[in-house]
Ligand binder design. Sequence first.
Ligand SMILES: [Fe+2]
Length: 251
Amino acid sequence: MHKNDIDLHTSLRDFVNFAATLQPSNAGTFHADEQTLLETMCATLSKHPSAFDGNSTSHPSLAIVETYLPQLLGTMSDPTTRSTVESLTRHLNWYQIYDKATIDQSLAEGMFAAHVLGTRGLIKSTSLFLGLFLLGPGVHYPLHYHAAQEFYHVLSGEIAIQQGLRNEFKTLSEGMTSMTLPNRIHALETRDHPCLIMFLWTGDISGKNWWLSHLEEDLWQKDCWERQNSGVWMNTERVTLRESDLATLET
Ligand SMILES: [Fe+2]
């Protein structure tokens, strides 16, 4: 194997291993099958360096990722995790999650992801997404819900997360985790600084992502976002509903 491939393999193994050892701190636990899948992936990567179909191809990087990533990596306090993430990021294919033509430009241009495991990952997976999520400063990702279970581990910076329709935002800093169960309302905010998160999406990862907006009093609107084959998210449906209709989606 080429040295770059060995480095990539080592980073991949260490990153997946790191994910497999984390546990949510607030609610829920990993499903047994998620844990098993990650542990199997670790064991496979440990025994068979060629088990991944990734390569050392360099991808065109995004200016905003290049702007924030060095500072986010530079402030990570755990040198081992920083080293793993830093060497992995060189091989990842970063993409802007939402197109600015479909949502508010500042929101679209503030959220980026890179799959380690996933449909766009170094290791192809359609059963879970494991990767990095980078948010610029001043991002407000509105209240939304989806069928996938969402685990976040903050690698660098801070993120505020609201779970439930009217609950307070809670701030997560480096090393802190959150678990959002399937079909539970949540929102995200960054303040003055960017944030780097390890995310794990499991369960129904292909489903719809419903964004909520408050119209008046107990009247809400929800917009459905669906990922097209091209990878672009499109707004495919809009429904008006009463707040009582959202009761089952509360944490
Ligand atoms: Fe979410």
